[in-house]
Design a protein around this ligand. Structure first.
Ligand SMILES: O=C[C@H](O)[C@H](O)[C@H](O)COP(=O)(O)O
Length: 234
């Protein structure tokens, strides 16, 4: 049983790596400022960025979207840059997703990194999302079963939970930590609610009507979904 799981994981990782390498080779140029996303896929992305920069003697400024991204940038000897010191639009940002549906809607934040991703990714001219085939879904929420992650200020989590459940149905569950007792605490000191929505949700109607809805305490602004301009996958 374990060897079956290992071989599936291996195949997924090979697909992730192929997609990551293709994305970097297509978009990376000398003297760019780029956003660097978080997650397993990003390990391959950063590896390829580091290789190309070394081979070509390029200089590229990398703005992290999480503590993990920052560590990877430093470990691979890339040039770390901070968003607060950046006075122009980023050339592009590269990230992964937990699910991409047929209309290119994304679910992100499964790994607990979402607020900084959203800030950095939306500061870029182009957002390139790198996904292996296992992330593609015909209908929103059919592949990723973890719900839509919402980053919330700790004192507001039960308020936000009630509001989300009352207004939109489903259940918003406080994400528990596996490594310590209590909730997951994000890089920003916040909690995460995973909103398990009703599969019959009318997303088209919601998209416009609920866009301006902000609930006090939700830090990632809206549901953690956004539209892609270009899909890239293996
Ligand atoms: O919270 C994490 C980020 O949103 C990731 O981009 C997302 O979870 C996908 O990560 P992975 O490449 O590990 O599947």
């Amino acid at each position: 049983m374990n060897s079956v799981h290992n071989s599936v994981d291996n195949k997924k990782d090979i697909a992730r790596k192929q997609a990551a390498y293709a994305a970097v080779e297509e978009h990376l140029l000398n003297c760019q400022t780029i956003g660097v996303g978080s997650g397993r896929t990003m390990v391959h992305v950063i590896d390829r960025i580091a290789e190309l920069i070394r081979q070509r003697g390029w200089s590229v400024r990398c703005i992290p979207t999480s503590y993990q991204a920052k560590q990877l940038i430093l470990e691979r000897g890339l040039r770390l840059f901070e968003l607060e010191h950046c006075d122009e639009e980023l050339d592009w940002s590269v990230d992964s997703a937990d699910e991409v549906d047929s209309e290119l809607n994304l679910i992100k934040g499964g790994g607990g990194c979402l607020l900084q991703e959203k800030i950095v990714d939306t500061a870029a001219h182009t957002l390139v999302i790198v996904c292996d085939e296992s992330k593609y879904s015909v209908q929103f929420g059919h592949k990723w079963k973890g719900g839509i992650p919402l980053e919330v200020v700790p004192m507001a989590w039960s308020l936000v939970k009630r509001r989300v459940e009352c207004q939109f149905g489903g259940s918003a569950l406080l994400r528990e930590s596996l490594g310590k007792l209590g909730p997951v605490v994000t890089d920003n000191g916040n909690f995460i609610l995973d909103w398990h929505f009703d599969q019959q949700h009318n997303w088209e109607a919601r998209r416009d009507r609920d866009r301006p809805v902000h609930s006090a305490g939700i830090e990632n602004l809206r549901w953690q979904y956004g539209r892609l301009s270009e899909p890239l996958g293996a």
